[in-house]
Design a protein around this ligand. Structure first.
Ligand code: ATP
Ligand code: MG
Length: 453
């Protein structure tokens, strides 16, 4: 028997004792059958009942109802809300987006028939499982299969095209043949869906356990060409050329970078997927040497991801992060770099994104078939850490204008600032330590030099 949390069981008993049917449906049942505990939080539990909203409000005086979809919210505690939805059937999908009319259904079976995939159409009443579409079998065989006729289901609601791929990427399931063919056939319908909803599914695919498979599936299905055409075209851009390390075309490299991105942050992963997106436009092949170049691809790429961020309605913060990572992803890693150059890198990237930038570089390397790291990369990371301990601003110096005025016997004025800047430069370049003693000694020796003259 599936184990339910006490608060879930208690709620269900309350309904049942009052003569109503109530079932756990959707993701929670799926997770439990897979042997996983549904993540904590009320939003991960979906309930279906034959009680009408008014009846639920009567049964549970704390509950409230403020939508037309028959979903009643039940506060269990301050931080825990459960949602119970009256059995529904949906008819007449006029704009292919929102069900036109929502009708209550009489039976659980009707309610389950409107759900998207067999693995999401299993119900549990606390004792028994109801599974008219054989979702358990598909769970066992790791298959995503539409409930009923796939063509009909995808044209009713084209978001399901993305949801199929999303569940497949999250669970590591294949999409059953007929359902897969239908996704291919109906891919164009995705244009009826709002970018916000497409974005939500796309980001779930990117954050999932199998993001590369998800993106490649989107490509073969023809969905990528509609959602991220700039990425789709990258699969036609070769980059194998003499004296270059590349083994993949640009698109495959980007997907491999996503696959190998060590970050759990979805925007860093998205940056891994899009970092070379400017290469399609900047591709050049020299006739005589056959050498391929992509000069300034990061500049073109920056423009493209700005557009993509707007299209996907990313938040300002998400956009800023994505753009920054793509813009500066070409940072050089060499032992010949000055501290100043490393500081410039930190300034450009922003302290808060340094780890993401390193994760992106790791993804980029492994995604081109290179080893995960090199001594140069390790040295760079060490120097990054060291340099960050040093001051960035003149105000971080261990001496200030007062010390200068006192030791050099100067009046306030531009002179003082000039000297401070010179010393700051020396500290930044590692010629003198940012400690009071050596800095004061330096001032004294400046004073002596001046007096000699
Ligand atoms: P998760 O919460 O992990 O994303 P889930 O299966 O709970 O997975 P939800 O989006 O929370 O997915 O939806 C809950 C349930 O509602 C689904 O399991 C499915 O039965 C049904 N459902 C959701 N969206 C659709 C849709 N577009 N078409 C048909 N049924 C849907
Ligand atoms: Mg859910």
């Amino acid at each position: 028997m599936l184990k339910l949390p006490d608060y879930v069981r208690q709620l269900m008993v309350k309904f049942q004792k009052n003569g109503f049917q109530i079932y756990v449906v959707g993701g929670a049942v799926r997770d439990l059958l897979l042997g996983q505990t549904p993540p904590a939080g009320g939003e991960n539990w979906d309930f279906a009942t034959n009680a009408k909203p008014e009846e639920i409000l009567n049964l549970l005086p704390d509950s409230y109802y403020n939508n037309k979809y028959g979903t009643v919210t039940i506060p269990i505690s301050k931080s825990l809300l459960l949602e119970v939805t009256t059995f529904r059937k949906e008819a007449n999908y006029k704009d292919k987006r929102h069900p036109e009319i929502i009708e209550w259904a009489d039976t659980l079976e009707d309610d389950l028939s409107r759900r998207d995939f067999t693995i999401n159409s299993i119900a549990f009443d606390g004792r028994e499982i109801v599974d008219p579409y054989h979702g358990q079998e598909d769970l066992k065989n790791k298959l995503i299969r539409a409930v009923g006729d796939p063509d009909k289901r995808f044209s009713e609601d084209a978001l399901r095209l993305m949801r199929a791929i999303r569940f497949s990427s999250q669970l590591g399931f294949l999409i059953e043949d007929k359902t897969r063919q239908s996704i291919q056939k109906n891919a164009k319908l995705i244009s009826r869906i709002s970018w916000e909803r497409i974005r939500d599914e796309l980001l779930k695919i990117i954050a999932s356990a199998h993001p590369a498979e998800g993106i490649l599936f989107m490509r073969t299905a023809g969905l990528l060409a509609m959602i991220l055409p700039e990425l789709d075209i990258c699969f036609t851009i070769p980059q194998k050329s003499p004296k270059r390390h590349h083994i993949y075309d640009v698109g495959t490299h980007l997907v491999m970078a996503l696959k190998n991105c060590p970050s759990a942050d979805v925007i860093t992963r998205l940056a891994a997927l899009l970092h070379d997106i400017g290469k399609a436009e900047t591709f050049r092949r020299d006739e005589s040497t056959a050498l391929i170049t992509f000069y300034n691809h990061e500049v073109v790429g920056t423009k493209l991801v700005e557009k993509i961020a707007d299209r996907l309605r990313l938040s300002n913060l998400q956009k800023k992060k994505l753009v920054t990572l793509v813009k500066y992803h070409q940072f050089t890693v060499t032992e010949l770099q000055t501290d100043k150059a490393i500081r410039r890198f930190i300034r450009n990237t922003g302290k808060e994104y340094i780890q993401d930038m390193l994760d992106l570089r790791f993804a980029d390397r492994v995604g081109s078939g290179a080893r995960p790291t090199s001594w140069r990369f390790e040295l760079f990371k060490k120097r990054l850490a060291e340099v960050q301990k040093e001051p960035f601003k003149i105000s971080d110096l261990k001496i200030d204008g007062n010390d200068i005025m006192k030791i050099l016997q100067l009046k306030p004025g531009p002179n003082v600032g000039e000297i401070l800047k010179n010393i700051f430069n020396d500290v930044e370049e590692g010629r003198i330590k940012n400690e009071r003693k050596p800095l004061l000694d330096r001032l004294s020796s400046l004073a002596r030099d001046r007096d000699k003259r």
